[in-house]
Design a protein around this ligand. Structure first.
Ligand code: C2O
Ligand code: CU
Ligand code: CU
Length: 461
């Protein structure tokens, strides 16, 4: 078989993500970090015969690496900012100490151009996560700064291959160059869509996978805008985890609604015959679009999905619903259109959105008031009401929450960090405020986040 085993894939991802290898090799040196990210200018070819300029990556010589770490083990990541602007890096979905959360002014000063910052944390949960800047967020993410972060389970779950898929669009013209990263009239509505769909920075890539084997596809939706329905066709496939948390019952993987920030882990049983293809699709009313293909290779491994043990449940505390206090949030347009304040973390120059009728003033030193205060250790129900005709993936840093109910649809009791709030929907979610600090709370359509739909919650003793 050619480059197919799990072991080889890990090495493969380390080769494109040299931070992994650097961390591994350098671990003996005193004080070396486990991983290194070098935020760098970059260029890359997406469309035949073109080279996209003015990109940004987390490596000087490759797309953003897949960071792999172990649950319960401390890890250190050195971030070097070789861009010519400030940045910070946020670890989306990780329930870690507030000081390591990577939000400008709220948790740390921006990392200025030319400076470095060491992040150190111990991931409490296993699963598929991702990382991205939280400073000049629209531009830096749109130009490429989104990467997958994997926290491995304590025990190997038994797949033949583990395949992280960084799913996102880029906004390119026919010449392969960036076109305007957003349009104001879209930012005031559903957001501005990219033009070129990619998986791991490739258009419709083909991966070789072991025939008859079990493959774990880790979908991470790192796009700045697109809410989409994804599906796997051509094989037996089940969703086994959403947003890093295992599902109590796996569900079919033919239609999975995912919004920016969300993840899905899919167990695929590859067909037996060499050359057979499995497809990852984006479902669209005007016809499905291929995002990536997986081609069976080698003699059949003859495995079965029933061989997989359920993934271990993450230690997220369960809220005490009988004694939970309800906090209301309303998401809507901004009552006033003042431009946000200028900041070294950028501004789109418009205010369109608000939470509780207040628009986020921009990433500024503050001090700013939290949208709500919660007592450490207490349970809360957040009632999220969307009074706008657009969808908003609502994301909370630092704490995971459980979906309770909606006025529009039946919801499974999933645990997550990012919940898609549909147009005109009211969603109730519950959490235990177990992690002290100021936690960013915002829409993950980045144009919405950067034009007012953002704020923070304070957890204090
Ligand atoms: Cu993935 Cu505050 O973000
Ligand atoms: Cu986050
Ligand atoms: Cu939004």
């Amino acid at each position: 078989m050619v480059g197919l085993s799990r072991r080889e894939l890990l090495i493969g991802s380390a080769a494109t993500g040299s931070a992994f290898a650097v961390g591994g090799l350098a671990a003996h040196a005193a004080n070396a970090a486990d991983h290194e990210l070098v935020m760098s200018a970059y260029e890359h070819s997406f469309l035949p015969g073109t080279v996209t300029q003015n990109m940004m990556s987390f490596l000087p010589d490759g797309p953003p690496p897949v960071l792999r770490m172990k649950r319960g083990e401390k890890t250190a990541i050195d971030v070097k900012n070789h861009l010519d602007e400030a940045s910070v890096v946020h670890w989306h979905g990780l329930r870690i100490a507030n000081a390591m959360d990577g939000v400008p002014y709220l948790t740390q000063h921006p990392i200025e151009a030319g400076q470095s910052y060491r992040y150190e944390f111990t991931p409490p949960d296993a699963g598929t996560f991702w990382y991205h800047p939280h400073c000049n967020t629209l531009e830096q993410m749109a130009r490429g700064l989104t990467g997958v972060l994997i926290v491995e389970e304590d025990e190997d779950p038994g797949f033949d291959l583990d395949l992280p898929l960084n799913i996102r669009d880029f906004r390119l013209g026919g010449d392969g160059q960036f076109i305007e990263l957003f349009k104001a009239r879209n930012a005031a509505r559903g957001g501005t869509y990219g033009t070129v769909s990619t998986v791991n920075w490739e258009v419709d890539p083909v991966y070789e996978v072991p025939a008859g084997g079990l493959v774990r596809l880790r979908l991470a939706i790192t796009d700045v805008t697109r809410v989409g329905t994804f599906g796997v066709e051509g094989a037996e496939a089940q969703v086994i985890a959403l947003d890093s948390n295992p599902l109590p019952h796996s569900m079919p993987a033919d239609t999975i609604l995912l919004s920016p920030g969300q993840r899905a882990d899919i167990a695929v049983r590859v067909p037996d015959d060499e050359g057979q293809e499995v497809t990852l699709l984006l479902r669209r009313p005007n016809g499905d679009k291929n995002l990536a293909r997986f081609r069976a290779t080698g003699p059949s491994a003859r495995r079965s999905l029933t061989e997989l043990k359920p993934l271990p449940v993450n230690p997220v505390p369960m809220p005490d619903l009988a004694n939970a206090e309800v906090i209301d949030f309303v998401f809507g347009w901004s009552p006033e259109g003042d431009a946000p304040q200028a900041s070294s973390c950028g501004s789109l120059g418009y205010t369109f959105w608000s939470i509780n009728r207040e628009a986020w003033p921009g990433d500024v030193p503050g001090p700013l008031d939290p949208l709500a205060r919660m007592k450490l250790g207490k349970s809360y129900i957040l009632r999220l009401r969307n009074e706008s005709p657009n969808d908003h993936p609502i994301h909370l840093h630092g704490v995971s929450f459980q979906l309770l109910r909606s006025n529009k649809r039946k919801l499974p009791p999933l645990v997550t960090d990012t919940a898609l709030l549909l147009e005109e929907e009211t969603l109730e979610v519950a959490l235990v405020a177990d992690n002290p600090g100021d936690w960013a709370f915002h829409c993950h359509v980045i144009e919405h986040q950067k034009t007012g739909l953002a704020g923070f919650l304070r957890i204090e003793s």
